[in-house]
Design a protein. Structure first.
Length: 279
């Protein structure tokens, strides 16, 4: 029992990713910044006068169980542009390693506020990005500030929360796939790549390679279901994360989901200490 308690303490409170936390912030923050900049170019359609719905309509589109207990979109529509510019500026400061925990909290509140303001344009990457932003509130911005006890504690807990959240996302995604017949018979990947609404290219030629499509389908399913356990195995961690990286590159190239892929992959570096990542 004592050994179990010690293992629990070391896992949650004594993990130090070293400079990899800085790398995560740059890649993760840069991904969010590019995503929000892309929407800024069509700001009027998303959050301006030509948007699909206003705040009241957004609340109405979130009925029952899916309606949040508290709406973070507390500012009026006339402030949308100014608040959005604040979000972009804050992300630049976040990437540069400045601003402290208060900035991280502000970025989370504002980003989640925009998620609630226009639900029809929201994707999984938006929710996942907002979650990871919330966990980074625990971690200090600059690595030189990690010497204090509370900073070390916050760094460990924040990074572990991101890791555990990633495991939950993968496992839940894999478990949901088990409900679909196409994931059992190996045709799921073909259904995705043959859809012109999803695929970035014409993959019609792949119908002649059904074995490869079926194998890729099963490998994707196995990766998501077993990620929460195998990623903690030291000898399997690096090849398993390389597998995930290649999978997400494929998702980005073949399905155009660059933001989702980069948000997910940005967390991989946190599974290593600095010397492990180099070795």
């Amino acid at each position: 029992m004592k050994n179990l308690g010690l293992a629990f303490q070391r896992f949650w409170f004594e993990f130090d990713p070293g400079e990899n936390l800085k790398t995560f912030r740059i890649v993760f923050g840069g991904t969010l910044l590019l995503s929000y900049l892309e929407r800024f170019l069509r700001f009027d359609q998303y959050f301006g006068s030509q948007r699909f719905c206003n705040l009241d309509q957004a609340i109405a589109l979130s009925p029952g169980f899916y309606r949040p207990a508290f709406f973070w979109s507390f500012w009026p529509d006339s402030w949308n542009l100014a608040i959005y510019l604040l979000l972009l500026t804050g992300l630049v400061v976040f990437i540069c390693g400045r601003g402290g925990r208060l900035l991280g909290l502000l970025l989370w509140v504002v980003s989640y506020g925009f998620i609630q303001r226009n639900p029809p344009i929201v994707f999984g990457a938006d929710f996942i990005g907002a979650l990871f932003l919330l966990y980074t509130v625990l971690t200090p911005i600059l690595s030189k500030n990690k010497t204090g006890f509370l900073n070390r504690l916050g760094t460990s807990v924040g990074c572990r929360m991101i890791q555990v959240q990633l495991c939950v996302i993968y496992f839940y995604s894999g478990a949901e796939k088990l409900k679909g017949v196409e994931w059992w018979d190996g045709t799921a990947l073909w259904a995705i790549l043959s859809s012109p609404q999803i695929a970035t290219f014409d993959f019609g030629f792949l119908r002649n390679f059904s074995f490869i499509l079926a194998l890729s389908t099963y490998l994707t399913l196995l990766f998501e279901l077993f990620f929460p356990t195998l990623v903690w195995n030291h000898s399997l961690r690096k090849p398993f994360l390389i597998w995930g990286f290649l999978m997400h590159i494929g998702i980005a190239l073949f399905m155009g989901m660059w933001t989702f892929s980069m948000v997910m992959v940005s967390t991989y570096v946190l599974f290593f200490k600095t010397n492990e990542a180099k070795g």
